[in-house]
Design a protein around this ligand. Sequence first.
Ligand code: 0A1
Ligand code: ZN
Length: 863
Amino acid sequence: MAGMQMLDARAATPLDIVRLKDYRPPDWLVPNVALDFDLDGPVTVVRATLSVVRNGLHDRPLVLDGSRLETSWVEIDGARVNATPQGDTLTLAIAGDRATVTSEVRIQPAANSRLMGLYASEGRLVTQCEAEGFRAITWFPDRPDVLSSYTVRLAADKARYPVLLSNGDPGVLEDLGDGRHAITWTDPWPKPCYLFALVAGDLVAREDSFTTMSGRKVRLAIWTAEADLPRSAHAMAALKASMAWDEQAYGREYDLGEFNIVAVADFNAGAMENKGLNIFNSKYVLADAETATDADFDAVAAVVAHEYFHNWTGNRVTCRDWFQLSLKEGLTVFRDQQFSADQGSAAVRRIDDVRGLRAVQFPEDAGPLAHPIRPDHYAEIANFYTATIYNKGAEVIRMLHTLLGADGYRRGADLYFDRHDGQAVTCEDWLAAMESASKRDLGQFRRWYEQAGTPRIEVHAARAGRILTVALSQRLAATPGQSVKPLMHIPFRLAVIGRTSGKRIGAERLVELTGPETRITFEGLDEPVLLSLNRGFSAPVVVDAQASRADLAFLAAADDDPFARWEAMQRLALDVLATDDDPAELVAAVGATLAAGEAGSLDAAFVAEAVLLPTEAFIGDQAKMVDVEAIHRRREAARTAIATVFEDRWWAAYRRHSGSGTALTPEAKGARRLANVALAYLVTAGSADAVAAAATQYADAVTMTDRLGALTALINTSTPERDTALADFHARFAGNNDVIDKWFTAQALASRSDTLDRVEALLGHPDFNPANPNRLRALVGAFAANQRHFHAASGAGYRLLAGQLLAVDKINPQSAARLAVPLGRWKRFDPARQALMRAELERIVGTAGVSKDVLEMASRALA
Ligand code: 0A1
Ligand code: ZN
């Protein structure tokens, strides 16, 4: 599929662009693969036996992909061939329609810092093959539409590699003598090579079992380093809950005799859904009260569920090509969101999902890195594991669920699995199944797959007597490469709320916006009304509607849709913080929310979300041009006002909700959340008592939520309590990577004026290791999210980021490329900052030897 070249004038090297329109089915299929790994020594020897079959009538050769392989020999049907790789491909002429191709290659996992293919993490050997890592293990047609049955033999030293895991079901352990052993794993389900995995090393298992709906008992194991084993209980509970949920919600049953999860410390992504052998970033497996926050517990459950759900959405039905990535990712994120909502407080989960989407995906969709959920070209596919593919993709699936209804959606999903089990398919196949099952025309809806950008919905309402007419019009701004945007099919939920009664009047309406303007009427109205818009966040759009601050405050107290109620407070806050006005109306609305919590009409978790001000970055996203200093100043002023006006009530909330133990019930989590929000406001108000309370909470905490909450409350103060807590935190959790990451992040996110110096200093800290993706993200990634300091007028923040990016690019291009994203927001800033940001991007693009990953991101960011 390699196509034309894209030349960036500044780039030292051109980029090969892969295009969707160039897709062709594979010339050769590989029904069976046998892999033989000799894992000892610094060099791993991989012998691969591929049964290959010509696909269709053609006389083209077999072209295999390989990356950094040292090839010992290649045989076709047992005869050595003189095969010379050309770059990253090996071309083999095959006379008949089928053959057996055998090769032996040598690879060096210990030297693999890219963390793709086979690599070492804390002395263990692990693989990561999605998207194109398998080619770093052996010669193979590395594309997802080539599905094979795998037999994998692993041979290794018993002492160094006591545990040997791969996909499928294990055979018996062979003793090879000389302190070595071997095992053969067989995976009966044909899979693309990106789902291949192996793990070898000293690991211990938490074991359990699950009996499926048809009565099969599945052995479950979560493998960790021995010291971490106690921290895997939550992940196991989440796994069992996920298996039961997928049976009940989608009728999907697990299909192997065992299911293994392995936690590793060095991992590019969150986790990976390899068939029967999920490999996880340890951050998303390990959790206990002492080391994980409530948010971490939730994230562990969500990622365990996500990877498990991929067994059907991704593995049993996989992607034809990488342009279809959202086929598995958007759908699987939606499924994990449905699961999480069913497990706990659905309203707070939805608010959290929307907050995340707006923080990351909306800016992506509004800038030079915008792309549709089904992109049509890329240079490096690793750069497209984005919030757009994942989170906007999930919103698109959610809209289908809304349009078709729960039953229609389920019938569509069932049909999709019936039709495509065992196949590599496209987003179009998913939509076609949804259409057949529901008899709905999704022609216009397909544009969500093709068009980038966040639609804006403009709302105008006019009252005549007892009738309110609402006009909803849609607009979609140009995005890179897409200047003309046809209209979208948008499901939009709305209702009216009585301005006197404070009650919803009549039923909620679901309107399908398909034309440039849609008018609807609400009739029989006896009182003035307010609009409750995009309820439940029914579509990933920006709503432009006029509302006075008084009306927004009213809705923030009265709207019966939890999302819309929270949204009203956000809109009020954004309106106030866009000006230098006295924040009195905002302060009063926070007071009313606190009162509703005190009276018991709102739960603590919701109150905690509602009284938090939007982040500086999100406030900046609303403006034509981000005014870094003004946003910080206004937000601090509003925070201080909210803190001081209600100081007594924050104390009351704090006393009522703190000390809620370690339980993980929605109530206990909500209480901890509100207690910590209250504590942060109290410290902002500035009394010595508040600092003392934070120090006490820090010292006595029985949960990481409370310990980190106290540390975060203190982090912006200049008090001895802050310094003590920071030092204690580091000493107390020395050696626990996931917790030390939090120590770095807390400092990187601080708004104190010395943050930039502090981050510079932390780059030299002995615990800072840029080769570990979590640690890099914890310090440098977090710092780039600190609007005030990353966007320091001097440009020092930009220089720091670009310097780290270029250094990391030599170690791990995927990690480095992600660091380019914050610089891609340059258009949103003033000319001086724009010039500084662009200069760093140009420095990156102009650096000789920069990776394809980084070059693509930085040159797109400049466009
Ligand atoms: N498919 C995995 C995440 C993943 C993405 C990219 C990777 O390397 C480029 C690795 C894993 C998931 O969605 O869970
Ligand atoms: Zn996924």
